[in-house]
Design a binder for this molecule. Structure first.
Ligand code: GAP
Length: 593
């Protein structure tokens, strides 16, 4: 456990520093002063991310018979973002600092205490003038002189070279206005008064083609999901699948976050791992199975059943995703937030956020939403291309229904529409038209969407694994040792291979042999420099779960029993065991994959 587990800022600083020092994560464009909200993954970070990606891909697609993969482009026809609602509604409320024009998300301003200071403007000896009223917060405990200096510096920064030296700027008409407590009306960094909250679209605009006119505008995708919807029909028609089935995709997404923060947690460029799992509408399930199974506490979610409606499928995916997180070592830091009816979008039936404990608080790792037919229907309307599928089993079952049974289904749906508290109820004529198509076996599938962020997942596993212990060295000096207790499945390096001494050719040759044997199957690191304890510590710090040491016993110096055996060290328990080289791979592979 880290000494700073109770001091989140110090804990995060240590994690950020370790990530840079050992090549997990660097600031993007660092030599040019960085690039806000964008991060690069170094050699170990790239391996960690790759392992998480592979774990997700294998669990969600390869190991299942009912999910297929997709790798769609980042750039798409902008009509997709219009149809999905992103052009009109994918916005955060944002407020602008009246002093510097810096923006901040309206819900990211913590309450502050202090005194409001007002100026009628500012001027400089070179004739420059700023005739604009300025209000800013003199924070409690801040000296008036350092406050004025800060305001002059901010004004100078904003005005550029024309204002001259900050210390020569004269602030005009100073007035002390009110003392405020718990105010959210001042920019958290600058202290300048904030303007009205206004929506700010988060999509990053770009131009497709050489003319760069408004007609060429498109967007870097803000989520991978829409490409899955847009290609739904192609995948369905080309893959001989039946509903229920899913399409999974991993890829980059971009959002012009107003206030990127908490290291990689909220970035402007990030990677998503999304599944759109298409299911039959509940009415189709009822026609085919005679009932729609109800969820109850303790319901068996181990294997999908034909009588599952959206609710059980949604619960099933929450359960599956929980098992996934348990499999990468995050099982005991998860929490769940079930969105209330007031939180939900009008088309959503349920949404649960899987939250994870980070040093800066418990925050969202993944969202799992039951989105009905909203997305495919929106694309059907906008593109005028049918997104319906034909279900033979449904047609056959519907043909056996009496007119009374059909009418009963329609009446049940009409009652549900009338009871809606959000969104417009579907008109009766539309409901009847929808059932007419359904009884013939045609419908637009509904969707359950587990949507995870790869960068958040990487940060979550690093933060969970980070630990510090105090050790006393041979000279009695205390030192703090960092150990990254990463799950072996996700650890960037699986095994460190160490000859006991680097100046003994027979040890080095054997160690190279072991390294060559293992590296074809897992990422290994060969290290012959420094003491063996130092080499273990270097690997502990980057989360390597196993160490293999080749010593004189390996070369047969203590008799034939130990010939061709190595010491296998386990990072977390410190346990060391003697293992035959011929058995090493068989022992390690199941532990790391
Ligand atoms: N298609 C649904 C969707 O995109 P979301 O809740 O906006 O839903 C899903 O995003 C996941 O993507 C989040 O749970 C988070 O893990 C990740 N994510 C979203 N915005 C992010 C950002 N700015 N930086 C890093 N990860 C982000």
């Amino acid at each position: 456990m880290s000494n700073d587990a109770k001091n989140p800022i110090a804990q995060m600083e240590k994690i950020v520093s370790l990530c840079k020092r050992r090549g997990f994560i660097y600031q993007s464009s660092e030599i040019y002063g960085g690039c806000g909200g964008v991060w690069d993954y170094g050699p170990l970070g790239a391996e960690l991310k790759r392992n998480l990606r592979t774990a997700w891909w294998n669990t969600m697609t390869r190991e299942r018979e009912d999910v297929l993969g997709l790798d769609a482009s980042i750039l798409m026809n902008p009509a997709i973002w219009k149809a999905s609602g992103h052009v009109d509604t994918f916005a955060d409320l944002m407020r602008e600092c009246s002093l510097t024009n810096k923006r901040v998300r309206a819900d990211h301003v913590d309450p502050q205490d202090g005194v409001v200071m007002k100026y009628s403007g500012a001027k400089a000896p070179n004739g420059w003038r700023w005739d604009r009223a300025i209000s800013a917060l003199l924070k409690n405990g801040e000296h008036i002189e350092s406050f004025r200096k800060r305001i002059r510096a901010l004004i100078a920064q904003n005005a550029g070279e024309s204002a001259g030296k900050p210390e020569e700027i004269e602030l005009l008409g100073e007035e002390k206005i009110d003392a405020v407590n718990g105010s959210v009306d001042f920019h958290p960094e600058t202290g300048g008064m904030l303007g009205e909250a206004r929506p700010f679209n988060l999509m990053l605009k770009t131009y497709l083609g050489p003319t760069a006119t408004e007609d060429d505008v498109t967007y870097l995708r803000p989520e991978t999901a829409q490409a899955i919807f847009a290609q739904f029909k192609n995948v369905f028609d080309s893959s001989r699948v039946k509903v229920p089935f899913g399409i999974g995709q991993i890829g980059k997404a971009f959002r012009n976050e107003v206030t990127p923060k908490n290291f990689t947690f909220r970035s402007r460029e990030f990677e998503q791992m999304e599944l759109e799992f298409f299911i039959k509408p509940d009415e189709a399930v009822e026609i085919i199975s005679g009932e729609v199974a109800k969820w109850h506490e303790g319901a068996d979610l181990s294997e999908p059943k034909p009588n599952w409606g959206w609710e059980l499928w949604h619960r099933y995916w929450v359960d599956q995703r929980t098992k996934f997180y348990q499999g990468i070592g995050l099982g005991d830091v998860l929490e769940y937030y079930w969105q209330t009816p007031a939180d939900l979008a009008h088309y959503a039936r349920a949404c649960v956020d899987i939250l994870c404990e980070f040093p800066f608080g418990t925050e969202e790792l993944e969202g799992i939403a039951a989105r009905g037919e909203f997305d495919l229907s929106a694309h059907q309307t906008a593109s005028t291309k049918s997104q319906e599928i034909f279900d033979e089993e449904l047609k056959t079952a519907a043909a056996k229904l009496t007119d009374e049974q059909k009418e009963a289904l329609i009446q049940k749906r009409l009652a549900a529409e009338a009871a809606k508290t959000k969104g417009e109820p579907m008109p009766e004529a539309a409901v009847r038209a929808w059932f007419e198509r359904l009884f013939k076996g045609s419908y637009v599938p509904h969707v359950i969407e587990p949507s995870a962020g790869l960068d958040r997942m990487a940060l979550a596993v690093i933060a969970k694994a980070f630990s510090e212990t105090e050790k006393v060295d041979e000279k009695g000096k205390k030192e703090v040792i960092t150990v990254l207790r990463l799950h072996p499945r996700v650890a960037p390096i699986k095994v460190g291979v160490f000859p006991l001494l680097k100046n003994k050719p027979e040890l080095v040759a054997k160690a190279r042999e072991v390294y060559a044997l293992l590296k074809k199957h897992m990422n290994c690191f060969y290290d012959e420099t420094a003491s063996i304890g130092r080499r273990y510590a270097r690997q502990d710090e980057v989360g390597t779960p196993f160490g293999v040491t080749i010593d004189f016993e390996t070369c047969g110096e203590k008799g034939p029993d130990l010939l061709d055996t190595v010491t296998l060290r386990h990072r977390d328990s410190g346990e060391q065991e003697r293992v035959k080289i011929s058995e090493l791979l068989g022992k390690l592979l199941p532990l790391v994959s």
